[in-house]
Write a protein that binds this ligand. Structure first.
Ligand SMILES: [Fe+2]
Length: 160
């Protein structure tokens, strides 16, 4: 479904850009839940620091979700944030239910964040090729922040 709009982008471009955005929206919604999974369930000697770190990562991803969804609506499409859609459309691996210690959660979340970052980086060029510089810029913004959050996670794994 596409709404008519006064925006100076063609319907075809808006449709294709929205599809790019929707794919990463489903990933981001999955990733957001994964960060909470880590936040809630981590145990071990660095519990409090990691508990807080995972919540910080969650909050950043929550902003990605809003940026992606609201670009879709700005382009005249419907942002699909339904749980069933996220579950079927996410490209990320499922979060390990049995993860317990800090290292297990760090590795699981870093893996998902890395996969998300790779897909977002590809979308930068895809959106630019379509001719939608604004969507490309939005992906660039998310990509840069994803790299930073990945650094925060990996710094805990690189200490030895
Ligand atoms: Fe909390």
């Amino acid at each position: 479904m596409i709404y008519t709009s006064r925006i100076d982008l063609s319907e075809n471009l808006r449709k294709q850009a929205s599809a790019l955005l929707q794919a990463r929206l489903s990933d981001a919604l999955d990733l957001e839940a994964q960060a909470k999974q880590a936040h809630w369930n981590v145990k071990g000697p660095h519990f409090l620091q990691l508990h807080q770190l995972f919540d910080t990562v969650h909050d950043e991803i929550e902003q990605f979700v809003d940026l992606l969804a609201e670009r879709i609506t700005a382009l005249g499409h419907i942002a699909d944030g339904r749980v069933a859609t996220t579950a079927s459309a996410t490209s990320l691996y499922g979060y390990p239910f049995e993860a317990v210690g800090g290292e297990a959660h760090l590795k699981a979340l870093a893996g998902s964040l890395s996969a998300f970052g790779k897909a977002v980086r590809a979308a930068i060029d895809d959106a630019a090729t379509l001719g939608d510089a604004d969507t490309s810029d939005l992906f660039t913004q998310i990509s840069r922040e994803t790299d930073k959050q990945l650094w925060f996670l990996e710094a805990h794994l690189q200490a030895h």
